[in-house]
Design a protein around this ligand. Structure first.
Ligand code: MF3
Ligand code: CO
Length: 249
C-alpha cells in the first residue's frame, strides 16, 4: 500500500486526460441556463466525452448511472441527472466529471451559477474555489499532505462556512481512486510526505451552514442536513519539486 509515482510518460497521458476534461467542463459551463434539465447536461457530457475518444469514468462506477454528477443547491455531490430536475434562475449547480484517456483518469468539479444568483451564493462559490488554491500552496514535494487539508479548512471557516467530513479527495491515475485519501479538514497526523510525480484530486466540498450531510434514498445524492447551500471545486494536480501543475485547468 503506497502512493504511486507517475513516470514522465504516464504524466504526459495524465496531462492529456486533464486537458480534455478541462475542455469538457468549459462546454458544460456554457450550456448552463434556466430551463435545462440535469439530464440534458449528462447527455451533452456523454457526447463530448465520446468525441474525444475518452471513457466516462463515473458511468457504472459502483453502479452510478451517468457520466457526470449534477448536484443542485443543497445537494453536495453525486446528484443523479434527471429529466425532471429543471435548473431555475438563482440555483447553483455543481458539475463533477471524470474521464479516462489511454488508461489514465482525470477528475474535476466546478460549481456554476444558473442565471443571476444571490451575493451569498456567489460568495460560497468563490470561497470554495479559493480554498482549493489556499490548499495547493502546500502541494509541493517536501510538504505533508495534511498541510493542504488544514489550509483549506482554515480559509473556509474564516468565512463561517464548514468543510464536509464524510467525503474526501484522493490520489488518481490508472484508477479513479488511489491512495492517499485527502481530507479537507485538519488531521491529528501530518500525513504522508509529498513527492514529485504524485497525482492528486483535491476537492473541497463546502457547506454554507453546518457540515453534516445525509444520503438520499437513491443512495447517491448527498445533501446538507440543514438545507444550506453547498459548493464543490476540484482539480487533478501533479506534485512537482516546485509549483504544482494543475492538469484539469
Ligand atoms: N469526483 C467524485 C470522486 O472523486 C465522483 C466519483 S463518484 C461516481 O469520488 F460514482 F460518480 F463516480
Ligand atoms: Co474526485
Amino acid at each position: 500500500m503506497s502512493i504511486s509515482i507517475k513516470s514522465e510518460k504516464e504524466i504526459e497521458l495524465m496531462r492529456e486526460s486533464g486537458r480534455i476534461l478541462a475542455k469538457i467542463h468549459e462546454a458544460l459551463q456554457e450550456m448552463i441556463r434556466p430551463g435545462i434539465s440535469t439530464l440534458d447536461i449528462d447527455k451533452k457530457c456523454a457526447e463530448i466525452i465520446k468525441s474525444y475518444n475518452c471513457i466516462p469514468s463515473f458511468l457504472n462506477y459502483n453502479g452510478y448511472p451517468a457520466s457526470v454528477c449534477v448536484s443542485v443547491n443543497d445537494e453536495v455531490v453525486h446528484g443523479i441527472p434527471s429529466k425532471k430536475r429543471i435548473l431555475r434562475e438563482g440555483d447553483i449547480v455543481s458539475l463533477d466529471c471524470g474521464v479516462i484517456y489511454q488508461g489514465f483518469h482525470s477528475d474535476a468539479a466546478r460549481t456554476i451559477p444558473v442565471g443571476n444568483i444571490s451575493k451569498e451564493a456567489q460568495q460560497l462559490i468563490d470561497v470554495t474555489r479559493q480554498s482549493f488554491y489556499e490548499g495547493i500552496k502546500y502541494a509541493k514535494e517536501g510538504h505533508h499532505l495534511h498541510e493542504i487539508s488544514e489550509a483549506i479548512q482554515n480559509y473556509v471557516e474564516s468565512y463561517g462556512y464548514s468543510v464536509v467530513r464524510d467525503l474526501v479527495g484522493h490520489g488518481i491515475g490508472r484508477k479513479l481512486h488511489e491512495e492517499p485519501q485527502i481530507p479537507n479538514f485538519k488531521q491529528k497526523r501530518r500525513g504522508p510526505k509529498l513527492e514529485a510525480g504524485m497525482t492528486l484530486a483535491i476537492e473541497p466540498m463546502i457547506n454554507a451552514g453546518r457540515y453534516d450531510v445525509y444520503w438520499e434514498a437513491d443512495d447517491w445524492t448527498v445533501v446538507t442536513a440543514d438545507g444550506s447551500l453547498s459548493a464543490h471545486y476540484e482539480n487533478t494536480v501533479l506534485i512537482t519539486k516546485g509549483e504544482p501543475e494543475l492538469l484539469t485547468i
